[in-house]
Structure formats: structure tokens, C-alpha cells
Ligand binder design. Structure first.
Ligand SMILES: Cc1cc2nc3c(=O)[nH]c(=O)nc-3n(C[C@H](O)[C@H](O)[C@H](O)COP(=O)(O)OP(=O)(O)OC[C@H]3O[C@@H](n4cnc5c(N)ncnc54)[C@H](O)[C@@H]3O)c2cc1C
Length: 435
């Protein structure tokens, strides 16, 4: 009965950072929801207690279900049948456990079915899930896309799509194409507006995580004759309407439980999200900043798993008559691993708190004008989030690669064998510094 939250006191100390008081009070708008929802917090302590309880549930599911299934999922992986993705059995069980525990759409407002969690405790859940299985984090973590719908879609779209995510439907972000990877300005998937005003999508996307999801956010070229980012808009595609097939899934090195799909769009009906031409320059930039924070959390979770595996092995394995942890060279590797883990986690939560404050102010600004002080504060935190997001993602992913490398080193020859978890962690880590 492992609990990946309660067995890690570092998490609670990050959650109890002094800035959380401000974050919670802003997020809860003076706890107004308490009058409407019996599960809404009454005050700051009550809100913190509810994050703690939910994270305990996350920790339990991760320790008892997701981590237990990780090996089977890594071996079996998903498959494609009749152009649809079939998840590995363990992945289905993981998703069911998360749905039952209400862990989908966690950061969405209560009126749309969410838990109204700030980003900080939500990102902590992502850190914990990634320690259990980084591949599953990709599927579960794509609930992030609901943030983009919440920020930029109209009220009707929010009602129709976010509620479904909170009930457990999955999402994907369909950006990359064979000729448009880092250079998303080159996206060519074509969006055509019909006479009745509706849109259809035609073309190919590749490397799409969970590409057979229920609800897709799609970057497509809506302005005929354009070649750069200003001709791109963002669309919502609903799988219930049909029109998108999975041509294949990639045979990958790591995160094998997470299906990476090539998608073919054939007259796929879709809805414009937000305004035309702002797809890349505004909405995808916001979407990617959320994804970067998610990958930073994924990196920290993998680092945590690698450090724990290495520590246990070093205490257990004896050479020259004593546990190898007693050799200074091994102890030094472990202490550097721990320093990298702690540093990347500190960056992650510093960043999450900055994101929380400026995003909550952005949301409040839709309800009432911000005061001058609030505007200044929102701007300052937005600048901090801009500086910290690439740091948390960049450093976190590099450190996680280094920590899984060192974890194998500490295991010696055994680390090179498929029998130990460190081998999977090493493969799973590699993608974090690429995507
Ligand atoms: C497992 C997996 C899951 C993914 N999931 C998704 C998803 O869900 N949705 C989605 O849309 N995409 C997804 N991707 C795509 C991913 O985001 C791209 O692979 C990534 O953006 C890089 O694009 P590329 O692979 O085409 O590499 P390229 O753009 O061809 O880059 C090749 C190399 O050149 C470097 N490079 C390129 N341009 C520059 C430059 N200007 N300056 C310096 N270096 C440069 C890159 O850093 C890289 O090292 C996924 C990819 C993988 C492998």
C-alpha cells in the first residue's frame, strides 16, 4: 500500500509555500462557491486541507494502481484496430481509477464540473503521476488542453466540452505535421469554411499524443494563400462527429503506454476556437506554455523515481563486503542526483505559483476591471512565469535525463538489463528534452 504523496514530505513543503495564501484567496474569490457547492472550501485552511486530501488519493492511486501497471503497459503498449487506438489493459485501468476519483478537469471551475484547483496542486498531481508512469502522465495530463478552451473558447463551447473533460473524456493537441515540427508556422492542415459558416479540416498530423482522444485542439491553416503563422487558427474537433482516422502509431523508445499517432483528417467537421488568425500566435503559445509546465512536472516525477531506485539499490547491493552506498564515489553520485531533483522541483513549483497568480488575475479581469495595483501585480507575475517556464522545462528535462543515466550507473551491469525499473526510466526520460 504505497502512497506516492505521503511518502514524500518535500511535496507538502512546496504546497505550504507562503504565496499559496494569496493564490487560494484569489482563486476562490473570497470563498463565494461555498454557498453553492457543499464541497467548496470555506476558508484558506479548508482549501489547503482539500488539496491535501485529493493529493493523498492521487498518491494512493499512483502507488497502488498506476505504478503497479507500468511494467505491463510498457511491454504491451497500445495498438491500432480499424483506425482506432486500443489502450493497453493497464492504461484502461489507470484511466478508470482517475475517472472514479474525480481527477479529470481538476483545475476547471466547479460550475463546469471541475475541482477549481490552482495550477500548483494540479502540477503536484502531475509530478506524482509521472513518478508512477511517465507515459500515463501524458494521457492524464492532456486535461491541460481544457485550460486553453476555458481561456479562449466561447461560453457555449466551454459548457459543451469542459464538462465532458471533467467527466473523464480525454484530449489531445494536434499541432505537429511531417513538415512542421519546431517550425509550427509551416502547418498546412487545411481548414475550409463552408457556405453555412461551418468548418471542415483536411490533411495529416503526426506525432500526436493520444491522437484518438475524444476532444482535439487542432492548429490549421484557415487563410488560403498564406504561408506563415498569421494564417493559422485553432479548432476543436469532436471525435463523435467522425472524420479523423488513426493511420498508425509510432513504435517508440520510451513512454510506450502513450499512443503517438499519425492522423488523417478527411472533411472532418470542426469548430473555430476563439478568433481567426490567432491560432498560433496567441492560443498555441498559451497551450504550449501549459504543456511545458506539464513536461517539467513529468521530468521531476521521473527524476524522483530514478533517485529512489538508485538509493534503494545502493543500500542493498554489497561489494567488497559492504553496501556500495558506503563508497564515497557512489554516495557522491546519489547526492548530486538528489540536488538535481530538489533543484528541478524547486523551479517547478516556483514557476507554478507565478503562473497561478497571473492566470487567476486574467480570469478575474473577465469578471470585473482590475485595480491599478492588481494590474501591476499581474504583469509582474506574468513576466516571472515567462522567465521560469523555459527554465523549469529545460533544466528539469536535462536533469531528469542525467538522473536516469546515473541511476543505471549505480545499478552496474544489472542496470543494463530489462529486469530493473531503471531501464524503463532511462528510456522514458529521453523524450522530455525533445518535445
Ligand atoms: C513521443 C512524442 C510525442 C509528441 N506529442 C505531440 C503532441 O501531442 N502534439 C504535437 O503537436 N506534437 C507532438 N510531438 C511532436 C514534438 O513536439 C516535435 O517532435 C518537436 O516539436 C520537434 O519537432 P521535429 O520532431 O519535427 O524536429 P525538428 O523540428 O525537425 O528538429 C530537429 C532538431 O533540430 C533542432 N532545431 C529545429 N529548429 C531549430 C532552431 N530554429 N534552432 C535550433 N535548433 C533547432 C531541434 O531542436 C531538434 O534538435 C511529439 C513528439 C514525440 C516524439
Amino acid at each position: 500500500m504505497a502512497n506516492f504523496y505521503t511518502d514524500n514530505p518535500n511535496l507538502k513543503s512546496h504546497l505550504q509555500h507562503p504565496l499559496m495564501k494569496k493564490i487560494v484567496e484569489l482563486k476562490e474569490r473570497n470563498f463565494a462557491d461555498a454557498e453553492k457547492y457543499d464541497y467548496a472550501p470555506l476558508d484558506f485552511e479548508d482549501a489547503m486541507d482539500s488539496y491535501d486530501k485529493v493529493l493523498e488519493v492521487v498518491g494512493e492511486i499512483c502507488g497502488d494502481v498506476i505504478a503497479e501497471n507500468a511494467e505491463e503497459v510498457d511491454h504491451t503498449g497500445p495498438r491500432v484496430e480499424n483506425n482506432r487506438v486500443i489502450y493497453a489493459e493497464g492504461t484502461k485501468k489507470n484511466l478508470e481509477a482517475c475517472r472514479k476519483a474525480g481527477l479529470m478537469g481538476m483545475s476547471m471551475p466547479r460550475r463546469l464540473g471541475g475541482l477549481n484547483f490552482p495550477i500548483t496542486p494540479y502540477i503536484m498531481a502531475a509530478d506524482i503521476v509521472s513518478r508512477a508512469d511517465a507515459g500515463f502522465e501524458n494521457l492524464w495530463g492532456l486535461q491541460d488542453c481544457a485550460e486553453t478552451i476555458y481561456e479562449f473558447a466561447d461560453e457555449d463551447q466551454k459548457e459543451r466540452y469542459i464538462k465532458r473533460v471533467c467527466e473523464g473524456e480525454t484530449m489531445s493537441m494536434d499541432l505537429t505535421e511531417p513538415d512542421a515540427g519546431s517550425d509550427l508556422q509551416s502547418v498546412m492542415l487545411k481548414a475550409t469554411q463552408k457556405e453555412d459558416g461551418s468548418w471542415v479540416l483536411n490533411g495529416v498530423k503526426r506525432f500526436i499524443t493520444n491522437g484518438d482522444s475524444d476532444i482535439h485542439l487542432v492548429l490549421a491553416r484557415s487563410e488560403e494563400g498564406t504561408k506563415d503563422g498569421r494564417g493559422l487558427s485553432m479548432f476543436i474537433y469532436d471525435k463523435r462527429n467522425g472524420g479523423v482516422n488513426v493511420r498508425r502509431i509510432e513504435n517508440k523508445m520510451g513512454i510506450k503506454g502513450s499512443p503517438t499517432c499519425e492522423l488523417v483528417y478527411k472533411d472532418a467537421p470542426a469548430e473555430l476556437c476563439g478568433s481567426r488568425k490567432l491560432g498560433l500566435i496567441k492560443y498555441v503559445m498559451a497551450l504550449m506554455n501549459g504543456a511545458r509546465l506539464g513536461i517539467a512536472a513529468q521530468s521531476v516525477g521521473i527524476s524522483e523515481a530514478a533517485y529512489r531506485e538508485a538509493l534503494e539499490y545502493a543500500k542493498d547491493r554489497k561489494q567488497f563486503g559492504k553496501p556500495i552506498i558506503e563508497f564515497p564515489a557512489v554516495a557522491e553520485i546519489l547526492s548530486v542526483m538528489k540536488a538535481k531533483l530538489d533543484a528541478s522541483r524547486a523551479l517547478l513549483y516556483a514557476c507554478a505559483r507565478f503562473v497561478d497568480i497571473y492566470k487567476i488575475y486574467d480570469d478575474i479581469a473577465k469578471e470585473r476591471p482590475l485595480t491599478k495595483e492588481e494590474k501591476l501585480e499581474a504583469k509582474a507575475y506574468s513576466k516571472l512565469a515567462d522567465a521560469f517556464t523555459p527554465l523549469a522545462k529545460g533544466m528539469g528535462s536535462e536533469f531528469c535525463n542525467q538522473n536516469t543515466y546515473d541511476c543505471i550507473q549505480i545499478h552496474g551491469g544489472s542496470g543494463f538489463m530489462k529486469d530493473y525499473r531503471c531501464e524503463r526510466l532511462y528510456r522514458d526520460a529521453r523524450i522530455t528534452s525533445i518535445y
